[in-house]
Design a protein around this ligand. Structure first.
Ligand SMILES: [Zn+2]
Length: 379
């Protein structure tokens, strides 16, 4: 029954670094490696929409970052072309609809931080031309655009080019991803945003106090833009207690975000990083320091475990219509309205969808609450 619902649902995963694993192979193996190693898992997990972040590993930064960015974008195109009966690289909502109708997995390209672009904001347009539709502007540390959440102590807002990057992405129809961004940066982006924001892989700070997680106020802020917060399955971001690691803990975060922001603003961004690391680490180098930063999560280590989330949501008593929203309905709605839709074309699209008035009202309310908060802080 729950399996039936899962396979009927549109399931969207907003974060899987599998491109890292595929791009680590020689180019002539990209298509076949994806087909043999990842496609069966994505199919078993019933994944319909898969965001593919381009993450640039330390070894390429800073000098080789742009080349590796281009290489990974090329890798995404090649794996899609060589597996065209199973997947399609999608540039907008219409592409996604078409892929789903043909039972192909809709792939959406993203940048996880953008070290390859440095402070050259004009290059967001270039990567947009190459198919990128989502981007964040920092990872754990500092970039020319912003500070990542590990640098929260700096209290930094976005730099001037970081501010321009937000505007440029909004102009192009690229979703701005706040995952990894530092707290002051998130506040800054919430002030700047005129279009929905997304957190592709972030959890609730109220349940696990980690700088990578979002406070209730930040979650409400994303919801007020019309955006979606996608829950991360990495045990360290779910809990500090290994005994609590399990699919029910994932559901705790989903329920908390829903209770804070509403069921229209929660999604999934699994981040199956152990699977990816296993693919890129030679056996000789595993656990060299004897420490594993991530607890075990045996049942949910890869995409194939995704139906367990549906099962747990239903067990928890979430109504079917809400389960469908969390699994991917919310992400699909957001992508249909905004992915690849340029700002100049937005008015027409939004009037057609009849959403503009409601959202502006919510945002104004949020802005008023924030101004009040600032006034308090000043005193
Ligand atoms: Zn990440």
């Amino acid at each position: 029954m729950s399996l039936d619902l899962h396979h009927r649902a549109v399931v969207a995963d907003a974060h899987n670094d599998l491109l890292m694993a595929v791009a680590a192979r020689p180019p002539e193996r990209w298509g076949s490696f994806f087909r043999e190693r990842w496609l069966p898992q994505l199919r078993a997990g019933g994944i319909d929409i898969q965001v593919l972040p381009v993450f640039i590993d330390e070894q390429y930064r800073p000098e080789g970052a742009l080349r590796q960015t281009l290489r990974m974008i090329e890798c995404a195109h090649v794996l899609a072309e060589e597996n065209a009966e199973h997947v399609a690289l999608c540039l907008d909502g219409a592409d996604i609809d078409r892929a789903l109708a043909e039972n192909r997995i809709a792939l959406v390209l993203a940048l996880e931080s953008a070290p390859g672009l440095d402070a050259s904001v004009e290059l967001f347009s270039t990567v947009h031309r190459l198919g990128v539709r989502i981007a964040s502007i920092a990872h754990w540390g500092r970039t020319p655009l912003a500070d990542g959440s590990r640098e929260d102590a700096t209290g930094s807002r976005l730099t001037a080019p970081g501010t321009l990057a937000v505007q440029e992405m909004e102009r192009l129809g690229m979703l701005f991803d706040i995952s990894h961004l530092g707290a002051s940066g998130v506040a800054h982006v919430l002030e700047l945003a005129t279009r929905p924001l997304i957190a592709t892989h972030s959890n609730a700070r109220a349940l696990r106090d980690h700088h990578r997680n979002l406070t209730d106020e930040q979650i409400r802020g994303v919801a007020a833009t019309g955006g979606v917060v996608c829950v991360n399955f990495i045990p360290d971001f779910l809990t500090d207690d290994q005994a609590k690691v399990g699919v029910d803990r994932v559901v705790d975060h989903i329920e908390h975000i829903a209770s804070v922001a509403g069921t229209d603003h929660v999604g999934l961004g699994a981040d199956f990083v152990r699977e990816v690391i296993a693919d890129v680490t030679p056996p000789c180098c595993e656990n060299t320091d004897g420490e594993d930063p991530h607890f075990d999560f045996p049942e949910l280590e890869g995409p194939a475990g995704m139906p367990l989330v549906t099962e747990a949501l239903l067990r928890r008593g979430l109504p079917e219509e809400d389960v469908l929203k969390v699994l991917g309905g919310n992400m699909r709605r957001l992508m249909a309205a905004h992915l690849g839709v340029r700002k100049e074309d937005l008015g027409v699209r939004e009037e057609h969808l009849g959403v503009r008035e409601g959202r502006t009202a919510v945002r104004d309310e949020h802005k008023a609450a924030r101004t009040e908060g600032t006034a308090h802080a000043a005193r």
